[in-house]
Design a binder for this molecule. Structure first.
Ligand code: DGJ
Length: 509
């Protein structure tokens, strides 16, 4: 089996699994699930089967991988791979190392307890924060050693190449102040900016002089990127599997430190790309309501879109169409996937407030039912999606603040009107593939589509036929021919697909 890789062809990045394009229709498990193989077997995998995922995203924590310095225990990664193979599902590993959600709770005890060697960040009042400083080179070195041991082990033991990618750390950055004020950080902050950064940003002098108000944030971003690069490049020397980082997004109340400052937010993508080149892409965790605005930011600068954490709510069943159809995502994955499947009550409000996540993002009500329908539909057409991904022949959309949208192709446009959906079914979302100038595959839920002539076209357009169907192995299999009372391009609350043929009539000039 070939090692998974990301290839760039004609400006388009594709994930290959055993040399073939692979679109991740995934889900991420809750933080503690993968720490126990029995729990996974009994409580997680049975739920996963119902959702028609092809990939499960699971944490590997440093504290369990290296319980004593230099002694590695691979029972969990090996067991997870074995279970995934039995389920015919691929994996993405999340390396919960030095940093997880801005703090250092997944480090081994022997690192946690030795606060002198493995020093922590401080706030402006000199108070220690619960997070190891990226200036602690000893800690970064130890993380790199453990991460490399994990990757070496995968290289040798994951011979079926079940693990597709590895995420380095999780939502890193500093919470609680605008920058690290530990002694080592203070020394670096009062010095001149590093030469490579001065050249890259075309500025010079001290951090303050070079970056003004943005200085603390750029200081943290540069140093987190450098520490991450050290860890990632060390791992990649052992095993050339795609690596990425994920972000807790910048959001209200906007001040650095209320979101993890220094993390891979879109505004600092250039610094991350320049100083962490072993990282293939930056990934957003999208709990915010304006899904497409975030996708847009994370497809700038040629960044390939992968969403390791999306809202575990009904919205995901609609957003997945936009992620792939509009932004060419290589993968999509709601968080807390085992809970999505069973309509569990959301976590307590205090936890969500601490993580700055709106309660509605975790409304699991009917989320599993709809997500599994979207995934089933899309999994029958993955080769088609790959063929048209990021071309002008495929467009995707999902409802945000507007009642509809306009989708443009070469010969026709489509007016999309989202349907009122209430609390019982997801918002509207879908995608359209232009198979030929007069032939379209349209799929999704809760919207109506009306073809229109182009703006400057005096002609008119007629719908010739609408055929319901499914895609199976990328072939359209026709179902009902919709006519009479059903003659409209309308997608009800359950994801569905149809093929539409159009005809153009010349107009009077
Ligand atoms: C984002 C983190 O990356 C996840 O691990 C998890 O903590 C969720 N937030 C919230 O449950």
């Amino acid at each position: 089996m070939k090692i998974p890789e990301l290839i760039l062809n004609d400006g388009k990045v594709t994930l290959l699994s055993d040399g073939k394009p692979f679109l991740i229709l995934g889900g991420e498990v809750c933080n503690s699930s993968a720490s126990d193989l029995v729990y996974m077997r009994e409580k997680v995998w049975p739920q996963i089967q119902r959702l028609h995922l092809n990939t499960l995203i699971v944490p590997i924590s440093w504290e369990l991988l290296e319980p004593r310095p230099g002694e590695f225990d691979f029972t969990l990664p090996d067991g997870l791979i074995r279970q995934a193979e039995e389920e015919h599902i691929k994996l993405v590993f999340l390396w919960f190392g030095l940093w997880k959600n801005g703090i250092s709770t997944y480090i081994p005890d022997w690192i946690k307890e030795d606060t002198k060697t493995y020093f922590r960040m401080c706030d402006r009042n000199g108070r220690e924060l619960p997070s190891i400083s990226p200036f602690c080179s000893k800690a970064v070195e130890m993380d790199a050693r453990a991460f490399t041991a994990l990757l070496k082990h995968l290289r040798d033991s994951d011979t079926n190449r079940t693990v597709l990618m590895v995420q380095v750390e999780n939502e890193m950055g500093l919470l609680g102040d605008c920058r690290d004020f530990s002694a080592a950080a203070q020394k670096a902050y009062t010095a001149e900016i590093p030469h490579e950064l001065a050249v890259f940003c075309r500025v010079q002098g001290t951090w303050q002089k070079a970056f003004g108000e943005l200085a603390p944030e750029i200081f943290m971003t540069y140093h987190y990127a450098k520490a991450t690069e050290h860890i990632a490049s060390s791992g990649r020397q052992a095993y050339l599997i795609p690596l990425y980082v994920n972000a807790w997004l910048e959001q209200f109340p906007w001040t650095p430190g209320t979101y993890p400052v220094g993390g891979p937010i879109a505004r600092h993508m250039d610094i991350w790309k320049a100083f962490a080149p072993s990282i293939s892409f930056l990934a957003p965790d999208i709990y915010l309501p304006d899904f497409e605005a975030v996708c847009k930011e994370y497809t700038a600068q040629g960044n390939v879109l992968f969403i390791p954490e999306a809202r575990p709510s009904m919205d995901s069943a609609s957003n997945v169409f936009s992620a792939i159809g509009a932004f060419g995502a290589i993968g999509f994955s709601p968080f807390a996937i085992e809970k999505v499947a069973v309509d569990c009550p959301p976590p307590d409000k205090a936890l969500l407030a601490q993580l700055n996540i709106m309660v509605e993002a975790f409304n699991h009500y009917r989320a599993g039912e709809y997500l599994s329908e979207s995934y089933t539909l899309l999994s029958g057409m993955t080769a088609l999606l790959e063929k048209y991904r990021l071309t002008e022949h495929m467009r995707g959309f999902t409802q945000s603040y507007m009642p509809g949208t306009l989708v443009k192709f070469e010969k026709y446009d489509f007016r999309i009107d989202y349907m009122p959906h209430g609390a019982e079914s997801p918002k509207g979302g879908g995608l359209i593939i232009e198979l030929a100038p007069d032939e379209f595959l349209i799929c999704g839920l809760n919207f109506r589509a009306a073809p229109l002539p182009k703006n400057d076209d005096p002609g008119t357009v007629e719908v010739v036929s609408i055929t319901e169907g499914i895609c199976c192995n990328n072939e359209f299999i026709a179902g009902r021919r919709l006519n009479g009372d059903e003659f409209s391009i309308r997608f009800a609350e359950h994801p569905s697909l149809c093929k539409v043929r159009l005809m153009w009539h010349p107009g009077e000039l």
